[in-house]
Design a protein around this ligand. Structure first.
Ligand code: GTP
Ligand code: MG
Length: 215
């Protein structure tokens, strides 16, 4: 007997609006999942990969592309039998730690991100993206520890897994987990992803479905 694994089906994903301030974001009437991480880590690409729409969120080889809080509206269904679709938001955020902008602009971005993360009441989960090619970076660990202090639910997605040999990726993931264990007793959900090969897509969609299913 073959068991086919039914993964969430995204029926529609569309751009809604971009804002510099959480106060101007769409009414918090649907569950929301946001993507954060260092500039160029692959946030916009991962959103496009999950939605199967390469041009939904704007990507760039140059860091600092996403500069505002970008809302996308998604309609999905759990499987082909489900009648009532789920409606929710995906949010593409600017990256942190981008060195090439002025101190003032960087501070403004950081404030925008912090306000969004701490004030957005319908934020169901924040995906923190980590580049799987690198050993643990202080800025990422500090950001994650800060989320703990703020009590924000989050998961980790390691990105660009196609760019290194599997052994090197595994070594970096292990090192990252060890670094987290210095501050965290329980580790968050973790996903190994590639926007190029679509690795990790089913796992993340399954996790999103779990979050949506939980009332
Ligand atoms: P900012 O908005 O500037 O903070 O960047 P971002 O985190 O949204 O990154 P973006 O998705 O724009 O991707 C940055 C670059 O990395 C682009 O050139 C992407 O094509 C590339 N990239 C992203 N994800 C992957 C991946 O999984 N594999 C490979 N090979 N390249 C990727
Ligand atoms: Mg981006």
């Amino acid at each position: 007997m073959t068991v086919t694994f039914a993964v969430m089906d995204i029926l529609k994903a569309e751009y809604i609006i971009s804002n510099p301030d959480v106060a101007q974001c769409p009414a918090p009437d649907k569950r929301e999942f946001a993507f954060i991480g260092r500039s160029n880590v692959g946030k916009s690409s991962l959103i496009n990969m999950l939605c199967n729409q390469p041009k939904l969120a704007k990507t760039s080889a140059e860091p600092g592309k996403t500069q505002l809080i970008n809302h996308f509206g998604v309609t999905s269904r759990k499987n082909e039998k489900s009648k009532d679709p789920d409606r929710w938001y995906l949010v593409d955020l600017p990256g942190y730690g981008y060195a090439k902008v002025s101190q003032k602009s960087r501070r403004r971005w950081e404030q925008m991100i912090e306000n969004y993360i701490r004030k957005r009441e319908n934020l169901a989960n924040l995906f923190v993206l980590i580049d799987s090619r690198h050993t643990p970076q202080k800025i990422d660990i500090e950001f994650i520890n800060q989320l703990g202090e703020w009590g924000i639910p989050f998961a980790i997605a390691f990105t660009k897994a196609d760019k290194e040999k599997p052994g090197a990726v595994k070594r970096n993931v292990d090192l990252f987990q060890n670094a987290l264990k210095e501050n965290w007793e329980d580790l968050p959900p973790m996903f190994l992803t590639s926007s190029t090969t679509k690795a990790g897509r089913e796992e993340i969609l399954e996790f999103l479905q779990e979050c949506l299913g939980a009332e």
